[in-house]
Design a protein around this ligand. Structure first.
Ligand SMILES: Nc1ncnc2c1ncn2[C@@H]1O[C@H](COP(=O)(O)OP(=O)(O)OP(=O)(O)O)[C@@H](O)[C@H]1O
Ligand SMILES: [Mg+2]
Length: 220
């Protein structure tokens, strides 16, 4: 099972929105997906209450010591991907999620303040020796400051593609208990999330220790 964690101490950067959007996009590929909410705010739990589809299941975690047992149970249940949504803080719960993740995703809006605010999270990820990628989220659909933000993030580490534009479909999907790919399958927001899931899934699998082991065995 792979574990993704959406992390950054910057509030409102899109952790929960991307967690739900990516979970549903991954399910559409036939993957068995679960969401783990490590944020007392409950954005994912409230989304789930509005949702009529019983998948993905959502587990809520309050205590850092609960992460390991929940991840082990999901793995035993045959889940292929667990996506952990964390709170806008570098608390112990968020650190435990980072430590458990195969890939940490750090959403940032294209402003210097947002990018600077992600640095403490990045330092924690590096200290825990985890893999990570930035996601440039809520980008303007026209013009403006994008290349500067992309250059800053690229200089700090890997930047996932594509950028996710600011589009109402994301907010409406969250409100409707849907993934954005379910809410407006033909929309640009949906296209971007499908493409982002494609990028993430390739990086998860290609750079996982399991894959490296398999490649090593083939080479021998
Ligand atoms: N690409 C986007 N386009 C439009 N709205 C977006 C986009 N991404 C996120 N939003 C909206 O921005 C707001 C904040 O997003 P979200 O709650 O996902 O951020 P968060 O990082 O989880 O916040 P918190 O740190 O408080 O948990 C929400 O209203 C959400 O729907
Ligand atoms: Mg959130």
């Amino acid at each position: 099972m792979y574990v993704l964690a959406l992390v950054t101490q910057k509030g409102g950067s899109g952790k929960s929105t991307l967690a739900t959007g990516l979970a549903v996009a991954a399910m559409a590929h036939g993957e068995r997906v679960a969401l783990v909410e490590a944020d007392a705010q409950g954005t994912i739990a409230k989304w789930k209450e509005r949702r009529t589809d019983s998948y993905p299941h959502v587990d809520r975690i309050v205590d850092p010591t609960d992460i390991d047992p929940v991840i082990s149970r999901l793995e035993a249940e045959g889940i292929w991907l667990a996506i952990i949504d964390t709170a806008a803080t570098n608390n112990v719960l968020a650190m435990t999620a980072i430590a458990r993740a195969d890939l940490c995703l750090i959403p940032a809006r294209p402003s210097p303040a947002d990018i600077e605010a992600a640095i403490p999270t990045l330092i924690a990820i590096r200290r825990l020796n985890r893999r990570f990628a930035f996601i440039l989220n809520q980008t303007p659909t026209r013009g403006g400051r994008l290349s500067e933000a992309a250059t800053s993030l690229n200089s700090l580490g890997v930047l996932a593609l594509p950028f996710i534009a600011q589009r109402n479909d994301h907010q409406d999907a969250l409100g409707a208990g849907l993934g954005v790919t379910e809410f407006a399958p033909e929309g640009k927001a949906s296209d971007e999330i499908v493409a982002l899931w494609d990028w993430i899934s390739k990086h998860l699998i290609m750079e996982s220790p399991d894959h490296e082991q398999a490649a090593l065995k083939t080479a021998c």
